[in-house]
Design a protein around this ligand. Structure first.
Ligand code: HEM
Length: 388
């Protein structure tokens, strides 16, 4: 069923899972992205707006809902036009060597570690740290992201990624966002220390000409750091798992590096890092014969749309040579992923480096483990070994 009602998402939502239906909804302005404050209130449940919590909750809602991810129309276009400068092809190309160096260093650290040479967890040693370091570099953070960042990102992902966030997840996300904002406020106190061409410098300049408010600055900084990390790590982990579960394709790729671009596209389709996103209906509409009402929540299920047999033949088959057009993993329309080119470049650099330096990688007998199902399709652990 391409469109059906599910009571399991945030107290009830339309789950849209057909390829054409999801693509259409992503491009349709009647499907609004403005849903942050209600989302937080539903997560807090009976704790919402209790006097003891209101100041912190108000700040959480204000910052969270000023992310470009949760704004429509002009407000969204204004913020996107500021952020997109740092994602232009020339700006990304400028970072290519730096990203290759970061990937190379992580691999060298693993190979220099006698324990890791017996086997290692890919998620901890590579899939998590690489995207965190890359987005930090692109943003121009003077030092590496603080160690606590991975914990903050996990707490935000626990809230954003849960179909029905509970009060504990919501409060943890609130604390994580507060910590991220404190961190950025500290960094932005010394704008002269930022490198000249970086995302934070673009944001600081826009702030100086009053193109965005301080709350908007904090919301976009947190969004970038989080969005750059939480998604790419899943592409690296899920993608490598798919390759190693299909050893003939892993072997073929090692001898045909030119096939890597298509392979990354198939990894994104086959096991989509972001499984779904949400929208709130601004008007009554009928979709696939179903009556969707103004105010209803819609879950646009990207992961299922990418497995729609009407669009991709034999969709459960992983095939790096598949040539059937674009998946929906980066969304579409006004909110299409700003980091798509970055993440594809990062994945190509990472898989090239892994194939060259670790050609005998294989799955360990210890099974991979997954985080609880939700918006993010995320491995907890991916144990690997080197084959003799
Ligand atoms: C595998 C990696 C990635 C995936 C699967 C992914 C997926 C997505 C999706 C599905 C959306 C649209 C959400 C919606 O319409 O509600 C989105 C938006 C966005 N992504 Fe990504 N993303 C990835 C990597 C990145 C990276 C590396 C960055 C860099 C910071 C990034 C930054 C953003 C931003 C800023 C938006 C909001 C765009 C807007 O609202 O106009 N993403 N991403």
């Amino acid at each position: 069923m391409p469109v059906q009602w599910s009571p399991a998402h945030c107290g009830g939502a339309w789950v849209i899972s057909g390829y054409d239906e999801v693509a259409g909804a992503l491009r349709d302005p009647r499907f609004s992205v403005r849903r942050a404050a209600r989302w937080i209130n539903s997560g807090l449940g009976e704790h919402a707006d209790k006097p003891a919590h209101t100041a912190a909750q108000r700040r959480f809602k204000r910052i969270f809902s000023r992310s470009l991810l949760f704004l429509d129309g002009r407000a969204h276009r204004r913020l996107r036009s500021i952020l997109h400068l740092g994602f232009k092809p020339a700006a990304l190309e400028h970072q290519r060597d730096a990203i290759a160096a970061l990937a190379g260093q992580l691999i060298a650290d693993i190979l220099a570690d006698d324990d890791a040479r017996q086997g290692y967890d890919f998620v901890t040693r590579f899939a998590r740290p690489l995207p965190a370091l890359v987005i930090a570099t692109l943003m121009g953070l003077p030092e590496r992201v603080p160690d606590a960042f991975i914990g903050w990102a996990a707490d935000l992902a626990g809230f954003i990624g849960s179909p029905t966030p509970d009060a504990a997840q919501t409060v943890a996300a609130q604390a994580a966002l507060e910590a991220l904002c404190d961190y950025f406020e500290e960094v932005l106190r010394q704008p002269q220390d930022l490198p000249p061409h970086c995302l934070l410098a673009d944001i600081v300049q826009a702030r100086q000409r009053d193109a965005l408010t301080q709350v908007e600055v904090l919301a976009q900084c947190s969004t970038l750091l989080f969005a750059g990390y939480e998604t790419t790590r899943n592409l690296l982990g899920n993608g490598l798992l798919a390759l190693l579960r299909h050893p003939a394709q892993w072997t073929a790729l090692k001898s045909q590096p030119q096939a890597l671009r298509g392979a990354v596209r198939e990894m994104l389709r086959y096991d989509s890092p972001v499984q779904y996103t949400g929208r709130r209906l601004l008007a009554d509409i009928t979709l696939d014969g179903q009556p969707l009402r103004r105010g209803d929540l819609a879950i646009l299920h990207i992961g299922q749309a990418n497995h729609d047999a009407r669009r991709f033949s034999d969709p459960a088959r992983f095939d790096i040579a598949r040539d059937q057009g674009m998946h929906l993993s980066f969304g579409q329309g006004a909110h299409v992923c700003l980091g798509a080119a970055l993440t594809q470049m990062e994945a190509e650099i990472a898989f090239t480096a892994l194939m060259q330096a670790m050609p005998t990688l294989a799955l360990s007998t210890e099974a991979p483990s997954w985080q609880p199902a939700g918006a993010y399709r995320a491995l907890q652990r991916l144990p690997l070994v080197f084959q003799e």
